[in-house]
Design a protein around this ligand. Structure first.
Ligand SMILES: C=C(O[C@@H]1C=C(C(=O)O)C=C[C@H]1O)C(=O)O
Length: 287
């Protein structure tokens, strides 16, 4: 049986895949499936996908099914550059309004909800989930949330009179902590089935991250610019603004996010502990 690997179809996760030796992994029966985060979350939950970068919200929601691949994530300390609330009033005046949420996300839609409840004290916002199209989202709503490449493209084309809030920045300003949007997860039963392949894949993720952010950085940025437009300097600062590690501070930020998610009823159980995959040996617990 093969190992199915989900790949977020947004630019932010590229460093973990760009320098990967995919052919070598395909020879080990690995299959790659690019999808938006919400679809990867679903695929991991129902077992169609074995390993993926998934929304950190989805990881916490099924925390007993997964192990976290250490030292990998999509995080930011402050501005993330691709998770934006666009609104035609200042955020302080958003109580009682309608906000459209992208259907591609799980982490950011809940992040917006907890930010508006915990830090602004809003209790009366009407949320509607929609496909990520700014033209339709903005028509019937006072604000809308986009993530990933949809958010980047919208930030290039939205008129000046729309306010734009970066959720990573709002989180950092209020907590002093980084925010982790995606973690790399493996299903526990996939580790049992294919321990050696998971180990090879993990090493490929780590080496791709290291090479993409060092010697292959310019080549990666050039490829991204060719595909998505924008300037080299925009993409360089976008990637330099993201953090791909998962260490003490990221863990602290994520556990605080999980605490708020539970506090407001978006998790049925609190998440105080995360199983960390460790080379097929003993699993460690982070709490
Ligand atoms: C940085 C981003 O993080 C993404 C946000 C996600 C979410 O909101 O569920 C999931 C995966 C991340 O790659 C982004 O999409 O802009």
């Amino acid at each position: 049986m093969s190992l199915t690997i989900g790949e977020i179809s947004y630019t932010n996760v590229i460093p973990a895949f760009y320098c990967m030796q995919k052919e070598k992994l395909r020879a080990e029966t690995c299959r790659f499936e690019p999808k938006v985060p919400a679809e990867l979350n679903k695929g991991m939950k129902n077992g169609d996908i074995d390993v993926a970068a998934i929304s950190s919200f989805a990881f916490g929601d099924s925390v007993h099914e997964y192990e976290l691949l250490p030292d990998l994530s999509v995080s930011s300390y402050g501005k993330v550059g691709s998770i934006f609330l666009f609104c035609h009033k200042p955020i302080e005046a958003m109580e009682g309004t309608n906000i459209a949420l992208t259907s591609s996300s799980a982490t950011s839609v809940h992040l917006l909800k907890v930010i508006l409840k915990e830090f602004y004290g809003f209790e009366n916002i009407n949320y509607k989930t929609m496909t990520p199209d700014p033209e339709t989202m903005r028509k019937e709503n006072d604000g809308f949330l986009l993530i990933g490449d949809d958010a980047i493209q919208a930030s290039w084309s939205m008129e000046e009179n729309w306010y734009r809030y970066d959720l990573g920045e709002l989180w950092y300003k209020n907590t002093g902590l980084p925010m982790t949007y995606a973690v790399f997860a493996v299903r526990k039963e996939a580790v049992k089935r294919h321990p050696a392949v998971v180990k090879k894949l993990y090493n490929e993720f780590l080496s791709s991250k290291r090479l993409s952010l060092s010697s292959y950085f310019d080549a990666m940025v050039k490829d991204v610019q060719t595909e998505h437009g924008g300037t080299m300097s925009f993409w360089k600062s976008y990637f330099r603004g993201l953090h791909y590690d998962f260490l003490e501070q990221e863990k602290k930020g994520l556990l605080y996010y999980y605490e708020l998610i539970y506090k407001y009823g978006y998790f049925t159980q609190p998440v105080n502990e995360i199983s960390i995959w460790s080379s097929g040996n003993e699993v460690q617990y982070l709490s």
